[in-house]
Design a protein around this ligand. Sequence first.
Ligand code: G3H
Ligand code: 13P
Ligand code: ZN
Length: 330
Amino acid sequence: MTSYKDLGLVNSREMFAKAVKGGFAVPAYNFNNMEQMQAIIEACVETKSPVILQVSAGARKYANQTLLRYMAQGAVEYAKELGYEIPIVLHLDHGADFEICKACVDSGFSSVMIDGSHHSYEENIAVTKKVVEYAHAHDVTVEGELGVLAGVEDDVVAEESTYTKPEEVEDFVAKTGVDSLAISIGTSHGANKFTPAQCTKNADGVLIPPPLRFDILEEIEKRLPGFPIVLHGSSSVPQDLIKIINDNGGKMADAVGIPEEQLRKAAKSAVCKINIDSDGRIAMTAAVRKVFVDSPGEFDPRKYLGPARDSLKELYKLKNINVLGSANQA
Ligand code: G3H
Ligand code: 13P
Ligand code: ZN
């Protein structure tokens, strides 16, 4: 049993209280490898932002949970070495059941998500409550989810979103004791968040997605005043990066995300954690593709992973400053 407290990590409680009060959102960035971890920490130290390092089931399969946990411990030391101590949470993203949440609590995670959103309402409450009881006994914070996001969440694929029902949130939070709640108001996972048929087109032929359901968010805020709300699936899918990918041999058709101004608006509300993964993947892919096309003789991984890391860091700095408002909040 390893406590996150011995690793220099923090849980999300104080971070979220500050975010709700200060009208900003804490970035939750996924990591699977060293370059992503370096980019996240450098970006957040340089912008003086708190950060949530997220580990998905896919990340655990790819990189090994033990290694990722040691990397998070390394991230704490690395941030110190860079000269500014920021609060760092190590969070399990989309925990599928009690067992995985328990394993993460036991190995040094400071926060876990139990994603019971694909279960019935009653089953969601039962599994979430069980996770909360175990996690809180170790001072680990818990995120629950109500409503289903379209797109791929690890191995679960949902064709369409089911919006969170505001009339359920008070009961769910009271019965489970969760510390934060992920909701569904029109965001979704991945780089193709909407089909072209769901979008309109502007004069330049650019796809404009339907707006997020801020009416649902407002209703939830009214029912749970001051309670931390989480938005998954919040990548913006930058079109300049998609162009670099497609101009350099990639094939990402009709990729569309959540416009940044909508996320900015959400960050000022009760939304205090915004999950971003796909944009990071897109930034790294664009940089790697460009190196391969511009310098076909290159075969040292540092020569393409380095630019990918730099591009990711720049993207995350801009997110913290311009979108989440988390810069200078650490
Ligand atoms: O929730 C989805 C995240 O982007 C993680 O995806 O399971 O492919 O690592 P992944
Ligand atoms: P994106 O696919 O929009 O980056 O969402 C990531 C996410 O929600 C991770 O849990
Ligand atoms: Zn998610």
